[in-house]
Design a protein around this ligand. Sequence first.
Ligand code: ZN
Length: 330
Amino acid sequence: MIAARFARPARFVQTLLLSLGFILISAAQAAPSQTPGFYRINIGNFTVTALHDGRTQIPQRLFHGQDNSVIRLLLARAFLPITRDLNTSVNAYLVQMGRHLVLIDAGGGNCLGPGLGQLHNNIRAAGYSPDTVDMVLMTHLHSDHACGLVDDEGKMAFPKATLWVTKDEASHWLSRDDTGQNNDHAAFKIARLSIAPYITAKKFKTFNAGETLLPGLVSVATPGHTPGHVSFLFTSGEHSLFIWGDIVHNHAVQLSRPDISIEFDHDQQQAIATRQEILDQVAQKRTLVAGAHLPFPGIGHIRAETGNSATYQWVPIEFGQEALGAAAAK
Ligand SMILES: [Zn+2]
């Protein structure tokens, strides 16, 4: 009798606990996997917002110039998995320069699977709108940088922006007759489709690497990865930031061994020479750098290893850290 009297409340409590458990499990399952990917830093009077487009994977076999055992050793030293493809961040950078809102690269859009294409959501999460970007500067026209120039219908994803590409890069992707079925064919098609609506709208401009594009914004030739690959140096007062595109595809591998190239390099030897030169310069000058494939937000410094000026380490900026340009060396 007593047992029967408590049987019902016990069942009630049991049901309640099961329901609560279900709600908690559902809540856990519904939780977003990550926070919006943006990170802000001031460079003098400029406001730089790093934007995470997502992640992609690079198979280890695409790194050239060293035995795979060397690659695995370098990954192990950086506490990265040695038996898997390499996780690679795809970053873009939005720079507020007075009345100009300048975007460096546009991410992978919908070309490279669900891991990429978050750029536009993160622009909005950072408090901006793609409609207010007035200049898009491309480091180069590979799909992980250019596909985000257009929306799902192939229209301009930055409708008020003028698109800027180096003359060498434009001539490589636009002038060459590439109607065949070689490996580059898909890349040419994607590059052309990504910039086509800007050309139609007369919002496409070319420049020579080395030109000053705005006060405080100078382009710097960094060829090799593609023929017209370019980087950008932003300077405001005593602070600067060098945004370098695809100088490095994996910090653990190519900072320790800058002579390791990647399959995607148009000219492997030129890409290696450019990487060595740029790493040497930014390490010596203590220049703050940002890279499209450095771990998000991809902003930090390059330090030469003690006793070996040809080997480097990545030193990421700390959250909330103020700008540390060349001035820090004084
Ligand atoms: Zn890239």
